[in-house]
Unconditional design. Structure first.
Length: 240
C-alpha cells in the first residue's frame, strides 16, 4: 500500500551564522521521525508570503500535522496581550489559519500538537487563556525543565472520546511544554482531556477528522510508546 504524505507545517526562526541572524523555515526533527516511524512520509510545508501559493502543496498531502511553536497572536481572538505572552508572528498565524481552512474544504485529517491545538481552536472561532494563571492561579508545572521525553503529569481522558479509543486508556502520563491553554472552544470542537488542575489537554472535532493534544507526543514515542498511536491514527485516516 502506498504510504500517505503528511504535510508538517513549518515555522520561521532565525539562527546565528557568524555575526548574522538568518531566517529559516524550520520543523523539529522529532515530528518527521514520528510520522516516518508510524508509516507516513513527512513533508515539510514552508511559509509562503503569498498564501495561495501553498495550495498546490496541500493538494499533494493526504493529512496534515500542525506542530508546536510560538504563542498565537492575541488579536486573532480579540484580546490585547497579557504581560506573560511570548513571541508572536501574525503573518505565520494567518498562514496556518489559511491552511486549516483549506484542509477543512478538502476534509484532510489533522493532528495538532501544542501550538497546533491552540491555533486550530482560534482558527475555528475559539479563544485562549493567555497564561495558565488566568484559569488556575495554583496550576501545576506545565513548562517542564527536564528533557522533552520526560513524563511529568497525568491527564484524564473522556472515556467516550476518540482519543480514549486511540490511546486505549482514559488516563496517561504526558510531558508538558506550554503556558497557555484553550478558553472558549472553536466551532465543532470539544475538549476531551484535562490535567488534574483542570487545564484542557486535548480536543477533537465532532466528525473525528481533527485530533488535538496540548502535550508533545512526538517526543514520547520511546518513553510512552502508546503515543505512537496518535500518529498511526493520523496515517490510517490519511490512507483512505
Amino acid at each position: 500500500m502506498k504510504k500517505p504524505i503528511i504535510g508538517i507545517l513549518g515555522t520561521v526562526l532565525k539562527h546565528k551564522s557568524g555575526d548574522n541572524e538568518i531566517p529559516a523555515n524550520y520543523v523539529n526533527s522529532a515530528y518527521c521521525k514520528a510520522v516516518e516511524k508510524n508509516g507516513g512520509i513527512p513533508f515539510i510545508i514552508p511559509y509562503f508570503e503569498n498564501k495561495e501559493d501553498v495550495l498546490g502543496l496541500i493538494d499533494n498531502c493526504n493529512g496534515l500535522l500542525f506542530p508546536g511553536g510560538e504563542d498565537v497572536d492575541t488579536h486573532l481572538y480579540g484580546e490585547e496581550p497579557h504581560v506573560s505572552v511570548g513571541s508572536m508572528n501574525r503573518k505565520l498565524d494567518e498562514f496556518w489559519i489559511y491552511i486549516e481552512k483549506a484542509a477543512e474544504q478538502r476534509k484532510l485529517p489533522i493532528l495538532g500538537i501544542c501550538r497546533g491545538m491552540q491555533l486550530i481552536n482560534v482558527s475555528r472561532g475559539g479563544s485562549l487563556y493567555q497564561d495558565l494563571s488566568q484559569l488556575n492561579p495554583n496550576h501545576l508545572l506545565h513548562g517542564q525543565r527536564q528533557e522533552r521525553s520526560y513524563l511529568i503529569h497525568k491527564i484524564k481522558i473522556d472515556n467516550e472520546s476518540l482519543l480514549c479509543k486511540i490511546l486505549g486508556t482514559d488516563e496517561i502520563q504526558t510531558n508538558t511544554l506550554h503556558h497557555q491553554c484553550v478558553k472558549e472552544t472553536g466551532n465543532e470542537l470539544k475538549i476531551t482531556a484535562y490535567s488534574i488542575d483542570e487545564i484542557p489537554e486535548a480536543m477533537e472535532s465532532n466528525d473525528e477528522r481533527i485530533v488535538l493534544v496540548q502535550w508533545h507526543p512526538e517526543e514520547l514515542t520511546e518513553t510512552e510508546p502508546r503515543m505512537n498511536k496518535l500518529f498511526k491514527d493520523l496515517i490510517k485516516k490519511s490512507s483512505k
